[in-house]
Design a protein around this ligand. Structure first.
Ligand code: CO
Length: 285
């Protein structure tokens, strides 16, 4: 096994999104435009309602998947097809926008902490204009794998014999939320073919003697095993990996396609009110 060390360390950058919400972006900035198949990673987290109350009113997506993981708080999701869902602490939503979804994500709380992640996962050309689909799971449905001094929530992929509830067939995404006690060593084989990153959001960690500070995204280099050691206060991080798609990426805001012409078509469809082509299939609990 070869340990994957840190290829690039990207401090998350504050960006204003939605109706004025500050998010910390790790993927999707000039420092790291994409990490195939990942297009964007936003970490949102605040104890101040002023910073999140405006939410994310109606907006479109086409050509990819949004994966939302709530750590704290409560958001309500609605789409233009009439689907409604609750995103509560510990729950996750995989939304394959594909041919088109118009949706909103609005806070259902006026005080307390709101914290979580939104990851954008690209779709291969053959899937970009397919029908939308949702996989939505509350906290209780997401498997926990406990080790010595470690608690691992398996959102997607597999760890410690536990299979995540969310299936991402095109890019075989692994998505773990890992909490380690001080000094605990966490090891996991991750296929060499997959791009992988770690984002520490509590405490700090290191890998092969390289520091993994909080609120920085660490792109992992070549190898087939991840080995992370928690710092003196312990560490909590997401570890995400996925199989690269290897196709051209043309992105304009909420539309991610393979060609410029397809982006122009998305804008034309949105203006004409025909962006949403099909009803979504929903699975979850
Ligand atoms: Co959205």
């Amino acid at each position: 096994m070869t340990i994957r060390n840190i290829r690039q360390l990207v401090p998350a950058r504050a960006v204003t999104e939605g109706a004025g919400v500050t998010v910390h972006r790790g993927i999707g900035t000039p420092a790291l435009k994409h990490l195939d198949p990942f297009l964007m990673l936003d970490h949102f987290g605040s104890d101040d309602p002023e910073e999140y109350i405006a939410g994310f009113p109606d907006h479109p997506h086409r050509g990819f998947i949004t994966f939302t993981y709530m750590l704290d708080g409560h958001m309500e999701h609605r789409d233009s097809m009439g689907n409604r869902g609750d995103l509560r602490a510990g729950g996750a939503q995989w939304m394959k926008a594909a041919s088109g979804v118009i949706h909103s994500e609005m806070p259902r709380q006026s005080e307390g902490r709101m914290r979580g992640f939104q990851l954008w996962i690209n779709l291969p050309a053959a899937e970009k204009m397919s029908d939308p689909a949702y996989q939505e799971f509350s906290a209780g449905a997401i498997p926990d794998a406990a080790g010595e001094g470690a608690r691992v929530r398996v959102l997607a992929g597999e760890y410690g014999g536990r299979k995540g509830v969310i299936r991402d067939p095109d890019t075989e995404v692994l998505y773990l939320d890992v909490a380690l006690d001080a000094g605990v060593d966490f090891r996991l084989p991750v296929p060499a073919s997959h791009n992988a990153f770690v984002y520490v959001f509590e405490g700090d960690a290191e890998t092969a003697g390289q520091a993994l500070p909080r609120h920085s995204l660490a792109v992992l280099g070549e190898g087939d095993e991840v080995d992370l050691v928690a710092g003196p206060e312990g560490a909590r991080f997401i570890l995400v990996a996925g199989k690269p798609i290897g196709e051209p990426v043309v992105q304009y805001g909420p539309f991610v396609m393979n060609t410029r012409q397809e982006i122009e078509q998305a804008f034309a469809d949105y203006r004409a009110g025909t962006l949403v082509k099909a009803k979504a299939v929903i699975t979850g609990m």
